[in-house]
Write a protein that binds this ligand. Structure first.
Ligand SMILES: Nc1nc2c(ncn2[C@@H]2O[C@H](COP(=O)(O)OP(=O)(O)O)[C@@H](O)[C@H]2O)c(=O)[nH]1
Ligand SMILES: Nc1ncnc2c1ncn2[C@@H]1O[C@H](COP(=O)(O)OP(=O)(O)O)[C@@H](O)[C@H]1O
Length: 226
């Protein structure tokens, strides 16, 4: 579907809830530009930028990186995106970050993946990623065609340093304490849309239907200020 009016969306959910997986499907179906804060941080770590090296220990310990650092990184990256529809994945994760985004862009919709913590813990230890692209696999759910190899490029897959059971627990705590208040923030603005379940394949058709409807409604009002 071609997008005529700009849609600014955020995808939220605990670590491992399927944000990356669902984002991939949204990009494929609706052609939004996708920006993942985790991918951006990991690419800084990989290319050993000063910021990447500073943030690595924070990430490996399952803590959030400081608000000012991530807000600056994301908002700089978004400078050229003001004329396109986008999907932010992993940002904002605190109310302070949500406010800094609000100062620059209006968010039209927030897709909240509500997946139980118990389901998530099992998933993350069997997650494999192709780091350069952010493509994500799972031994049980969507295994690569050849074990350990990215389907598209043939390059090796890796496991994330922060996908160990202890660090996953710390990330879930950070989610409860720091990120859940962001859901309230967006709920009070009337833009939060929650999708609950334990399987991405069952959640996805609802997300897809919601976005189709949303885009249709937006396109009917083309001409209004974006
Ligand atoms: N078993 C199972 N694994 C899933 C499902 N949906 C996603 N995954 C896997 O769970 C892991 C976390 O998903 P991801 O999209 O990376 O979540 P994110 O951390 O919220 O971005 C990945 O290895 C996915 O392949 C599902 O419905 N069932
Ligand atoms: N918006 C953010 N604010 C603070 N830290 C972040 C943010 N986004 C990502 N991070 C850091 O990067 C890590 C990995 O994030 P991400 O790839 O989104 O993974 P997941 O959703 O599986 O936790 C987080 O645990 C955190 O340390």
């Amino acid at each position: 579907m071609a997008i005529q009016r700009i849609l600014r969306a955020v995808i939220m959910g605990p670590p491992g809830s399927g944000k990356g997986t669902v984002s991939g499907r949204i990009v494929k179906s609706f052609g939004l530009a996708h920006l993942s804060s985790g991918d951006l941080l990991r690419s800084n770590i990989k290319s050993k930028t000063e910021l990447g090296l500073l943030m690595k220990s924070c990430i490996d310990q399952g803590q959030l990186v400081p608000d000012d650092v991530i807000s600056r990184l994301i908002l700089t990256e978004m400078r050229n995106m003001d004329q396109s529809s986008w999907l932010l994945d992993g940002f904002p994760r605190t109310v302070v970050q949500a406010e800094s985004l609000d100062n620059v862009f209006r968010v039209d919709t927030v897709i909240n993946l509500d997946v139980p913590f118990q389901t998530i813990k099992q998933r993350l230890t069997s997650r494999w990623v192709h780091q350069p692209s952010g493509r994500v696999y799972n031994i049980d759910f969507n295994p690569p065609k050849i074990a350990g190899i990215d389907d598209v490029t043939g390059e090796p897959l890796t496991q994330r340093d922060d996908d160990t059971p202890d660090t996953v627990n710390r990330r879930l705590k950070a989610y409860e304490n720091q990120t859940q208040p962001v859901l309230e923030y967006y709920r009070s603005k009337g833009v939060l849309e929650t999708f609950s379940g334990t399987e991405t394949n069952k959640i996805w058709p609802h997300v897809q239907a919601f976005l189709s409807k949303k885009l249709l409604a937006q396109n009917e009002t083309v001409g209004e200020k974006a």
